[in-house]
Design a protein around this ligand. Sequence first.
Ligand SMILES: C[S@@+](CC[C@H](N)C(=O)[O-])C[C@H]1O[C@@H](n2cnc3c(N)ncnc32)[C@H](O)[C@@H]1O
Length: 211
Amino acid sequence: MRRKLAADGPPWVRAADDFATVTLPECDCDAVRNLLIAERPAAVIEIGLAYGSSALAIGEALISVGGNRHVIIDPFQDSEFRDSGWEAIRSAQLDGIAVLLRERSQIALPRLAAEGMSVDAAFVDGSHLFHNVFVDLFYLQTIVRPGGLVILDDHWWPGVATAARYYETNLGWRPHGPLNGTPGRLHALRLPDAPVTPNFKELTPFWPGAT
Ligand SMILES: C[S@@+](CC[C@H](N)C(=O)[O-])C[C@H]1O[C@@H](n2cnc3c(N)ncnc32)[C@H](O)[C@@H]1O
């Protein structure tokens, strides 16, 4: 299904070049799948379904290692993508382990954290605005188990990289890599084994241009 989607594209697109612009390229999907298979997760949370390429790769990894839970968050799957990502998941018969939450991750994640959800890894490819990515990562540090993995797409955008750098420089998240795939695109971070509580009187500079 993933090969077919990459080769033929989805049945419907918003504009002629939209699939190539929006979806995770096949080589990066392979890299995410390989990394997750090495992690052997039981549960993965994903932000940003769109056309479903990354979701198929994550589902493929989960099925390969006996995982059983894939929580996907996207508020615009219906309005922007006519459910084509979710239909790809259904066609691949991955809807037995996958659930789609049709809401903004900044609203869904605090609720999931309050409910005590725990997953082994996260894939973050939703809103790329600094404040939204920062909030996503804030709640993911509660939802992803200690020592678990957070994989970011589009790390080449300043909002994504700057949000991630705060957690790397101040909260002990460690870069995991290098990853195969498009150079500079994917960025994986491993959470510390125990949460780091920083000193509020200090802040390690993490913003662009900081030394
Ligand atoms: C770059 S696309 C994801 C591409 C997808 N991973 C794929 O392989 O096709 C970004 C997605 O994030 C979703 N999105 C935008 N803002 C969001 C938010 N606040 N919370 C969750 N998802 C969001 C969009 O609807 C879109 O589907």
